[in-house]
Design a protein around this ligand. Sequence first.
Ligand code: ATP
Ligand code: MG
Ligand code: MG
Ligand code: MG
Length: 569
Amino acid sequence: MKFSKMFIPTTKETPNDATLPSHQYLVRGGFIAQTGAGIYDFMPLGKIVLEKIRAIVKEEMDEAGANEVQFGFVTPLSLWQESGRATTMGAEMLRFKDRKNGEFVLSPTNEEAVVNMVKNRITSYKDLPVHLYQINTKFRDEARPRFGLMRGREFLMKDGYSFHANEEDLVREFNLMEATYKKIYTKLGLDFRVVAADSGAIGGSGSKEFHVIADSGEDTIVICDSCDYGANIEAATRKPRHFTAWFENTNTPASMEKVLTQDLKTIEEVSNFLSISKAQTIKAVIKRAIFEDKTQIVVFFVRGDDELEETKACNAVNALELTDATEDDIKEAGLVAGYCGPFNLPSNINFVVDLELKDEVGLACGANEENYHLVNTDLSTLKDVKYFDLVAVQEGDICACCGGKLTYTKGIEAGHIFQLGTKYSAAMNANFLDENGKAKPFVMGCYGIGVSRLVAAVIEQNHDDKGCIWTKATAPFMVDIIVSNSKKEDEAQVGEELYNKLKHAGISTILDDRINARFGFKMSDFELLGFPYAVVIGKKLAEGFVEIVDRKTLEKIDVKVEDVLGKII
Ligand code: ATP
Ligand code: MG
Ligand code: MG
Ligand code: MG
């Protein structure tokens, strides 16, 4: 492709609301254009990237035996009424009426549509399993569409749905999908982690998320440095099995020194040892957290017996977000019984664990990036840390973890797989006959990948202060041949020759042949657009050399014209 023939409207202007590099660079590079809140058009370069990702997703899904289909973007509300989600989906699902007053939905996901497709068409266990997927537009009326492609309202998702005769077969497919997703993200060239997750509005029992590691990620994930254990903070907080007590280390009370040397297994033992009540322990922590250092800590406590008390406690914790939270707010939080989730937390809080403790008392804390320890903590290593955790481990602590150091990091949710079970098939009366001729609801799984979000995720993970750095699998072109001065015939001619040579060798190449663009402009476009390599044809051509620039490192090497292909491959 030739630059002069392509619509690549690069600009120096950064959109006002663009805080993330991916948002800034994708707009500045002319990859995408916003038309409304959370609604983006893909311009030629953006479309190429999107299609590259789509192709990799499709290749691996087909390889895993799934069948590509396409559901209507618009679904009748009646389908959602059948499943019961017409009432539970909330405002994210956009509904509208046609001229005949018929009610419809812009599909935010397609469990209902796929059940409707399979129902009465597959009637016997002999025709199972089957896995149907599509790569298609979704619409979710997100409360806060933001960060460009990262949280759009209209976006592209791969959504797959599998149907099985029993749970064992679902688990087999679920594991196959986990392996398939790993292949996809690896092929895309991404650093990612698979984590245990919460099933959210989709429902079902088991679920796992795939997170692209990036500081800008909206999710906090807990990962082990020595094994594969990982959990989204939401899921990690749902299954807490540890107690965490927290003390300040700057003015270590003598009693704390003793605590450090004890093998205390429960919060009760800690409070007994310190001769203070459990409630006192908790309140002390709350106060310090709020009034002495706002940067470190969050507190949770007692599980409530009724909703009102829980709400009161939650409100009080929410109040912690406000700098004007009063001591009374905190006291109230300390006195009521309540279970609080880690929502609406101030951004300066790094990490939260909340607990559902059998003995009704617990507290949780966060710590700074380097020192969060949950299990098997060697307490002596925490002495240099301003705040530290005293960890008491209960039996069966943290599921599948080897006991290594747990740290947390930020991730972008790029995929999510669920074991749905019979939630939708039972609700929509979608059955098959088993070996004994007995009617049973299909056992289902569902599997999503945020295809358009991945475009942004690649850049969140791969950029510098000049622009995008595409991975080789996602780059719109592998090589940008920059003719320094297209008015010079020899440069233009070598550019053309190299372009043809690379193209014939199967390397996707763009030739920057723009007559009126100066070299500096072409170079800064290259840096902004993030093609993996530039081949610069300039002054050194007189001695038979061109320059190859590696976009990632910005290293330059002089190469003989005839050696370019060998160097690039
Ligand atoms: P999030 O937690 O970010 O809101 P989700 O859990 O609601 O995502 P799922 O229902 O699991 O999303 O959908 C599958 C995938 O679709 C997600 O893993 C994500 O990659 C992508 N996705 C979800 N919402 C959006 C969005 N608003 N914009 C772009 N991609 C999205
Ligand atoms: Mg969501
Ligand atoms: Mg999510
Ligand atoms: Mg999800």
